[in-house]
Design a binder for this molecule. Structure first.
Ligand code: ADP
Ligand code: ADP
Length: 226
């Protein structure tokens, strides 16, 4: 589903990515791990079209992402890629339901369909009683689940998460990873997650270990964990 070939990223003479190739299948949860400065965020941002490589290509299904520009890129990204960040970036003056709905309105989905799907997602994520709450009326874990619902509203091919548990306590962090696993099992949802969380990375299907701008190892989940 997602294939990246020979990605490099240079900042003048700093070589942040030195020829990285990755491929991710539908319904897989892949984590990117490794020490700080290894290039994890840079790789994730390039895979998610938030940044461009110095050389190399990224394909999502049969679209060469490297060729998309301007409005076509913004539209493609909104429809096909969901994002979850360390800080939820919810809009404070909008309710949970409205925050989740925004990417679907941008995509031009009918209002009734958006409302139904946003409510369905929030209920699925355990937020039935929170639809009309604003972000500051929600706990940290609840806010992050609203951000997950927002990432899923357009049924993206892939969800990219950059340290999604970085701002959560260990209980909420574990629950969020459990939620990713449920979404994989229920919807065949695909995830790429950058994480420092050493307890949670092993819950993924595959860990890509980065060091100094390259992938130096790959750890598969044991059969018993799946
Ligand atoms: P990680 O996510 O693994 O901590 P990053 O991808 O954030 O690593 O960064 C990898 C390297 O690239 C670091 O040395 C960082 O300082 C450098 N870097 C990241 N973004 C920029 C930038 N915009 N300009 C210059 N150097 C950058
Ligand atoms: P159907 O039974 O019509 O095939 P699906 O199993 O595709 O329906 O979806 C059932 C519900 O789950 C629908 O409300 C749909 O919008 C929602 N859904 C489907 N795919 C995803 C996804 N990737 N993430 C979240 N919700 C989804």
């Amino acid at each position: 589903m997602l294939t990246a070939r020979n990605l490099t990223k240079n900042y003048s003479n700093l070589h942040v990515l030195k020829g990285v190739s990755v491929s991710v299948s539908k319904g897989e949860i892949v984590t990117i791990v490794g020490s700080s400065g290894a290039g994890k965020s840079t790789l994730l941002h390039i895979l998610g079209t938030l940044d461009t490589p110095t050389s190399g290509e990224v394909w999502l299904n049969d679209t060469n992402l490297s060729l998309l520009k301007g409005n076509a890129l913004a539209d493609f990204r909104n429809r096909h890629i969901g994002f979850i960040f360390q800080f939820h970036h919810l809009l404070p003056e909008f309710t949970a339901l409205e925050n989740v709905s925004i990417p679907a309105y941008i995509a031009g989905t009918r209002k009734a369909a958006v409302r139904e799907r946003a409510a369905y997602l929030l209920e699925t994520l355990g937020l039935s009683g929170r639809l009309e709450h604003k972000p500051n009326q929600l706990s940290g874990g609840e806010q992050q689940r609203v951000a997950v619902a927002r990432a899923l509203i357009n049924q993206p091919d892939i969800v990219m998460a950059d340290e999604p548990t970085g701002n959560l306590d260990s209980k909420n962090a574990r629950e969020l990873h459990q939620l990713f696993i449920e979404l994989r099992d229920k919807f065949q949802q695909t995830f790429i997650i950058v994480t420092h969380n050493e307890e949670l990375a092993p819950m993924s299907d595959r860990q890509l270990v980065m060091k100094d701008g390259g992938i130096v190892g790959e750890i598969l989940a044991s059969a018993t964990q799946k």
